[in-house]
Each structure stands twice: as structure tokens, then as C-alpha cells.
Write a protein that binds this ligand. Structure first.
Ligand SMILES: C[S@@+](CC[C@H](N)C(=O)[O-])C[C@H]1O[C@@H](n2cnc3c(N)ncnc32)[C@H](O)[C@@H]1O
Length: 198
């Protein structure tokens, strides 16, 4: 589901970019189990900062960065630093039906995307399908109580199908052969996590 104007403003700005570059990127990299992830996929790349972080901090030789919204892909292309032109390819793709072959990627990244899905379970199934065995899934997501908060409900648009709590998420990963190998839980509000496909 596409973002509304308020969500675009809070995700595409220098403060968010700096947090992704200097806090989330290094933290998730430390949580992962491999030195490098040569072929990486990002779902819901938004304005494209995450793809640049993956290219610079996760040892990716190639990043396929995807988003369901063509406007976001155009924005990400405009924001791309010229020196990363060869490394990052942007594509319009729905993460619930990825146009990528089975077992192709060393890592899949989702920075705050699954809660925008009409059916987040479909996306988890797709992520598992395109990950190599031993490949890692890096993600950060808010949980249902956060999304149901009055202020969040008033200012943002999120589909019901993107809501989950920790146990539901953990079970879905297990069902799709992804083991949680490292995580940081922020109470029942959000999670930063790395899963590995077995
Ligand atoms: C909250 S933004 C996060 C953007 C970026 N990852 C970041 O951290 O700044 C969620 C993004 O997911 C995209 N999105 C929503 N549903 C999607 C889907 N089914 N497939 C792929 N991308 C989707 C939206 O267009 C939006 O760019």
C-alpha cells in the first residue's frame, strides 16, 4: 500500500536518512552473521537511503532495490549518489509477488515495510523463496499496539493485513524456514531482527 503525504514526509527527510546511516545500518550489520552479502534485495526501498546503506555497509556488490510505488522508485533514482550507480538497480515490484527467481539472494532487507502490506504473510513467503539457504533477512517493524495508537491511526494509513505481534511474526518466520538468529525487541512496540533461512 502506498504511503500518504504525512508518511512520505516522515520517511523521506535528512533526519530519517541520518538515523538509517548512522544507527540502524551499523546496528543491523553487527547483528548479522556474515561479513558480506554480495547479492542483496531490498523491499519497499522508499526514497532509496536503505539501498545506499546496504551497498556501503553490508559489503553488497549488487543491490536490487524494489518498491510497489513508481513515484518512490523515481525519488530513489534521483537521490542515488553517482558513485553507487553501478551497484544499485531500482525496480517497481510488489513484495507480496516478487519478480525474482528462487534462492537468488544472500540477504533481503525490509526497513519498515511489512506493516504496509495488505497481507504481510505473503511477503514473508516471498522473502523466504528468494533467499538462498543460509541467506539472511534483516528487518525492522512496528507491532500492532503501535499501529493502533490513536495518533498513528489518525496520521497514517495502514492496512489491517499488515498488523502483527511478536509471536505471530516469529511463528510465520518458522513456518517459512527462517530462524530468528538475533533481535532487539522494543517492548511490544517494535523489533529489529535478523533471520536466517535454513
Ligand atoms: C514506511 S516506508 C519505508 C521506506 C524505506 N524503507 C525507509 O525505511 O525509509 C514503506 C515503503 O514500502 C512501500 N510498500 C508498501 N507496500 C509495498 C509492497 N506491497 N511491495 C513493495 N513495497 C511496498 C511503500 O511504497 C513505501 O515506500
Amino acid at each position: 500500500m502506498k504511503l500518504n503525504l504525512f508518511e512520505k514526509l516522515i520517511t523521506d527527510n535528512p533526519v530519517r536518512a541520518s538515523i538509517q546511516r548512522h544507527i540502524e545500518g551499523p546496528m543491523l550489520k553487527k547483528m548479522g552473521g556474515q561479513k558480506a552479502y554480495p547479492l542483496s534485495l531490498e523491499i519497499g526501498c522508499g526514497a532509496g537511503v536503505g539501498a545506499q546503506v546496504i551497498a556501503e555497509q553490508f559489503g553488497a556488490k549488487k543491490v536490487i532495490a524494489t518498491d510497489v510505488d513508481p513515484e518512490q522508485i523515481e525519488r530513489a533514482k534521483k537521490n542515488l549518489m553517482p558513485e553507487l550507480n553501478e551497484k544499485i538497480e531500482f525496480k517497481v515490484e510488489d513484495a507480496m509477488a516478487l519478480d525474482e527467481p528462487d534462492e537468488k539472494f544472500d540477504a533481503v532487507f525490509s526497513f519498515g515495510v511489512l506493516h504496509h502490506m495488505e497481507d504481510w504473510r505473503k511477503a514473508v513467503k516471498e522473502i523466504s523463496r528468494v533467499l538462498k539457504k543460509g541467506g539472511e533477512f534483516f528487518f525492522e517493524e512496528p507491532f500492532r499496539p503501535f499501529l493502533r495508537n490513536f495518533l498513528v491511526r489518525t496520521l497514517t494509513d495502514h492496512p489491517k493485513g499488515g498488523e502483527f505481534v511478536f509471536e505471530e511474526f516469529k511463528n510465520e518466520l518458522k513456518k517459512n524456514n527462517i530462524d530468528m538468529v538475533n533481535m532487539k525487541l522494543i517492548k511490544d512496540i517494535a523489533i529489529f531482527c535478523v533471520g536466517r533461512k535454513s
